[in-house]
Design a binder for this molecule. Sequence first.
Ligand SMILES: *Cc1c(COP(=O)(O)O)cnc(C)c1O
Length: 413
Amino acid sequence: MSQRPASRILAEVRRDGALQPFGLSRVINAAGTLSRLGGAGVAPEVAGAMAEVARLSVDMWRLQAAASSRITEASGAEAGLVTTGASAALTLAAAAVLAGLDPARMQSLPDTGERPNEFIVPRTHRTGYGRAIALAGGRLIDVGVDDVGTGAGIRGLEAWEVEAAVGARTAGLFASASAHTEADLAVLVEVSRRTRLPLIVDAAAQLPPRENLKRYLAMGATLVAFSGGKAIGGPPGTGILAGRRDLVASACLQMLDLDVAPERFAAPEAFFPDGPPKALPRHGLGRGFKAGKEQVVGLLVALDRFLAQDPAAAVQAAQARLQRISIALAGARGITVRREPPTHPERAPRLVVACDRHHVAADTLIRRLAEMTPAVHLGEARARDGLLTIDLACVDPVDDEQLAWSIRAAAGE
Ligand SMILES: *Cc1c(COP(=O)(O)O)cnc(C)c1O
């Protein structure tokens, strides 16, 4: 592998400042907004707002009520809540559906006793995040088949097969929104309407387009979860739960600190338009993943920025950067690079790095990049097919050149 110029190493040392006391150096993350890589660096405006509020004390119920009105404007929901991530939002959503506003039920979760606790989920919507529902005491009941995905047939999810699974123990319906499951959502909404079972939608990564903040709820979803640390650009440990007011209020009651004299509990109207709840639960299921004031404010500032941003300009900027990177990678030994069209016109395109197996296996390239300083990470979802992806969402533009240089070096030039 060739040597890096000394000036570049010096620049690295300076930029790693905050990590140096821990003996760490930063990572060039071209894999997208991955939690295990700390998500994206937030914009200075977001970091600044977080630092400001970190020095203050604030009534968290009022702060969440203010967050609710911002989320309501952005999503069309009756109410919203800032959580510690989409996964936490799903757990709170399930807890809300399972307990409603009954403090005794909240108190017993995740034990649901003899009460309904089943969430029906199409097999094609199953992800590792189903555990978030189970954590609240929900039990996932799989329905349907994956004929389309496996190429075995042409029929997708149908309402009758969802309805056949509805029974005395059914608490709700669960869906995971993605390009693959788009057609199923209408079916689930229809079943939700007919059965009056609440429908929880995991839309963690469905932004942009920003219209999706509204779309699932407008279609008829009851509650929807988004990640704050993905395209919204908020702190990595943030998410949004939005939807039906009584359920969002229940989620609030199960997350926020309730060590308060019940007679002095000032229930915000945003969650309790008909006055405060008759009795207050003690600390709820979500108490262990409470959102801090820094997270709530960081997310709200990021959400404002996300809504104000011109998606076409953002896509264009990413395109120009990818163009330069692909020129810098042209002719590198053992790899070929091509552009991958985005799944939506408002999403930034990515580059695909195809590894020539006879020269460098994708696994080898991944390992070599991880061993560099700074370590470089590419998207690995298709590594088994010899394909790695370059996504610039979390790459600082000043690192673009280094990114291309590192890939060339790791490929063996
Ligand atoms: C990222 C993701 C989550 C988890 O989001 P967090 O905000 O990190 O908790 C859940 N579901 C899907 C489909 C995701 O892509």
